[in-house]
Design a protein around this ligand. Sequence first.
Ligand code: NI
Length: 190
Amino acid sequence: MVRPILQVGDPQLHRPAEPVTDFEDAALQALIEDLIETCLAANGVGLAAPQVGVSRQILILASRPSLRYPSAPLMPPTAVLNPRILAQSADLVWDWEGCLSVPNQRGLVPRRRWVTVSYWDQIGRPQVSHWQDFLARVFQHEYDHLLGQVFLARHPERLLDEASYQREVLGQPLSPTAVPTGNGTPAIPD
Ligand code: NI
């Protein structure tokens, strides 16, 4: 089931999420499926539970190539529960981000180049993953949602509206084929 995505300013987006404690809960599995479905329906590459109004430490990574990120890695949608950053690069990289909860805005945001993360997977198995570059950025963006933050809190070096981003950064006018159905403008990472 596709769920509505909350927009910036909604208090549920701006409070830290609670850990998942009951991995057997049928409602948890339904929520994860809904998050994946909602993320894909909105042409996102990631989504976090607080964005649908659920205060749980659950994020979805669902990178795949798109018009905006032709080189984005293709991966099966992956649920990441109760993530903890074990290690991260000292260096930062800047790239453009958008957010399904921040309509019509793109920001040039600094992120760690790589992260190593422990978490629980969809069926409650402990995992450790190392993500770098684009996936590390998507993870850090979604992880911020679990902390109650959107990318605007990361002090973007520049902010552009969607049309300016298309024109100035991508060097092309907004193409109808680039606009997903859903609740507004396309958004990367989520
Ligand atoms: Ni977001």
